[in-house]
Design a protein around this ligand. Structure first.
Ligand code: CUA
Length: 346
């Protein structure tokens, strides 16, 4: 066999370094979907279990591969060697290599089962109940305690356990916020339970984790965790009424309100100040207070005038296969007014 070329000898360590670089711890901003940066009690438990299992697996790997490499090296064929003695079976060895892995598995099973039980326990009674409903392709969040319905942005107070009740309006989805908890399926006519307590404030990325159609990959959302005062301020804003009376003399706002009603938006979206305000079974996200959200289109776009206009102008161009269909294309004047109207709803 030819020895590896100088290029291969130089490139191999570089490649190895590149592969190992992927293992760097990093931070939430660089790796928003990393499960290795836990920010809550549930995720921390899972992370701890993963690390325990990982170090055991590493020890087994080094031991097994070490013995293998040693055996290959030490007992390799040399020129002039006679045929080695032929053996079959070794009772002592077989007993040892059955007992040792069994013991390791039993040892790992204890923290595993403990974590499964702990994470399946019911959250305390003072937990904040949030009903989470999966839709193709967005998330609905309802807060029965406050009568708030929102979409694609789960607001939580840091330090208070969130009691999530998961279900779906259509196909099976899976709720996943890597930094707060594992994954849990959202199934029709069945409520799955899940909980976590945020230990940090900030905006964290979430994602549907069960293939659910064309835009499964873009069925995202964000968890916004704030301190208790910040959360209560958000609740107060969400419970506030539509800014209609303050905007009575704003003609662009009135034109936008009109466009919302006649342009077909009302057929799918609940909206403060519109006849659909209290409807809860519509197919699109509730748009009351839409301007208070950080993102649009299931976490895909920043919530700006330009992005909102782009989305309304041609939803399919932004998110192919989107179920948002306008009965007719809106005029640019209507889009401008509608963007102003929606962005006034903080
Ligand atoms: Cu919903 Cu994938």
């Amino acid at each position: 066999m030819r020895p590896p070329s100088r290029f291969v000898r130089a490139a191999l360590p570089a490649l190895l370094l590149l592969v190992l670089a992927a293992c760097s711890a990093g931070d939430s901003a660089t790796f928003p979907q990393s499960t290795l940066i836990p920010k809550g009690d549930f995720a921390a438990m899972v992370d701890q279990l993963f690390m325990t299992t990982f170090w055991w697996a590493l020890a087994v790997f080094i031991l097994v591969e070490g013995v293998l490499v040693l055996a290959i090296w030490k007992f390799r064929a040399k020129p002039g060697d006679a045929e080695p003695a032929q053996t079959h079976g070794n009772t002592m060895l077989e007993i040892v290599w059955t007992i040792v892995p069994s013991a390791i598995l039993a040892f790992i099973a204890v923290p595993t089962v403990k974590t499964i039980w702990r994470t399946s326990e019911a959250p305390g009674r003072d937990a904040l109940v949030v009903e989470v409903i999966g839709h193709q392709w967005w998330f609905e969040f309802r807060y029965p305690e406050y009568g708030i319905v929102t979409a694609n942005e789960l607001r939580v107070p840091m330090g208070r356990t969130v009691d999530l009740r998961l279900t779906t309006a259509d196909v099976i989805h899976s709720f996943w916020v890597p930094q707060f908890a594992g994954k849990r399926d959202m199934i029709a006519r069945h409520t799955n339970h899940f909980w976590f307590t945020a230990a940090d404030t900030g905006i964290f990325s979430g994602q549907c984790a069960e293939f659910c159609g064309t835009q499964h990959g873009r069925m995202g959302f964000h968890v916004v965790s704030s301190d208790s005062a910040g959360f209560q301020a958000w609740v107060a804003v969400q419970k506030g009424s539509a800014p209609d009376s303050a905007m009575a003399k704003d003609s662009l706002y009135q034109a936008g309100k009109q466009a919302f009603a006649v342009g077909g938006c009302m057929g799918c979206h609940a909206m403060a100040g519109q006849p659909t305000e209290k409807l809860t079974q519509l197919v699109g996200p509730n748009l009351s207070h839409v301007a208070s959200r950080h993102h649009l289109v299931a976490g895909m776009l920043e919530n700006t005038d330009e992005n909102l206009a782009r989305w309304i102008r041609d939803p399919n161009a932004v998110k192919e296969g989107s179920l948002m269909k306008l009965p007719r294309p809106m005029t640019e004047a209507e889009i401008t007014a509608l963007v102003h109207y929606l962005r006034s709803h903080r």
